[in-house]
Design a protein around this ligand. Structure first.
Ligand code: ZN
Length: 256
């Protein structure tokens, strides 16, 4: 889909104006924002799920019954994420928060790149891969990537149960659901970035914000929100997110 450049620029300016006057803008981010950082969407061809079928490796049941097998996936995931850095899209969101124009980020990503870019208020619906936790006693520790090569399942020092990354496996509950709903209920501008918001609870947010009179700005390579959720965004900004998001930030800064 090609749009005349003038038209695209006008849309970015209008979207920036909306953002500049928002009471509570919230960003909902997904895999697409980390693709420019070299992290393929887990669901894409060549992504993590094409090497490790989720129903075979990424369920709570598999972890409990066969932690050695689940750790093949966890190890591959940690190794893949170990050297990844935030890209200009992550930094643009951190700058929006710094300007007081973005209240929070709700992310479906587990890569920790929003925090690495300097974002303060990040709600990780699917948890984060840089912490390990114990499902039996609640013990937590930071993931030590230097130990990944040891090929053993790390054990809880308190109760010796197998530790797992603090990511939400299939069969586990989504994290921070109350924060997600609290943020969405006060939100008047929702930025949907790098996700089609197909999966619950992300899928419920555009509708919720729209019903309370809020506006939706979709930033994806191709429009996908309307097809996935039935919600038509007020603005769609396409193309490479690592370019379009810094551009939106710049437009917004001119309106402050
Ligand atoms: Zn324990």
């Amino acid at each position: 889909m090609h749009q005349p450049i003038e038209n695209t620029k006008k849309k970015a300016t209008n979207a920036a104006a909306l953002l500049a006057s928002a009471r509570q803008a919230v960003a909902l981010t997904g895999a697409g924002i980390s693709v420019p950082s070299g992290i393929p969407d887990f669901r894409s061809a060549g992504g993590l799920w094409s090497h490790f079928r989720p129903d075979e490796y990424a369920t709570l049941e598999v972890f409990l019954q066969n932690p050695v097998k689940a750790w093949q996936l966890f190890r591959a995931m940690a190794e893949m994420l170990a050297d990844k850095k935030p890209n200009p899209a992550h930094y643009a969101l951190a700058a929006l928060e710094e300007h007081g124009r973005l209240t929070a980020i709700i992310t479906q990503n587990i890569d920790g790149l929003h925090q690495a870019a300097g974002s303060k208020y990040v709600v990780e619906m699917h948890g984060g891969s840089n912490m390990l936790h114990c499902l039996r006693c609640g013990y937590e520790e930071a993931l030590d990537t230097a130990r990944l090569g040891e090929n053993i399942v790390p054990a809880c020092p308190e109760c010796s149960f197998a530790l797992k990354p603090k990511v939400v496996l299939f069969g586990e509950n989504v994290a921070e659901l109350e924060s997600v709903h609290g943020l969405a209920s006060g939100c008047d501008v929702l930025l949907v970035i790098g996700t089609s918001a197909q999966v619950y609870p992300a899928a419920a947010l555009p509708g919720l914000v729209s019903r309370q009179g809020g506006s939706i700005i979709e930033m994806n390579r191709e429009p996908s929100l309307a097809a996935a959720t039935g919600i038509q965004p007020d603005f769609f900004l396409g193309g490479d997110i690592a370019e379009s998001l810094p551009r939106l930030l710049k437009e917004m800064e001119q309106q402050l």
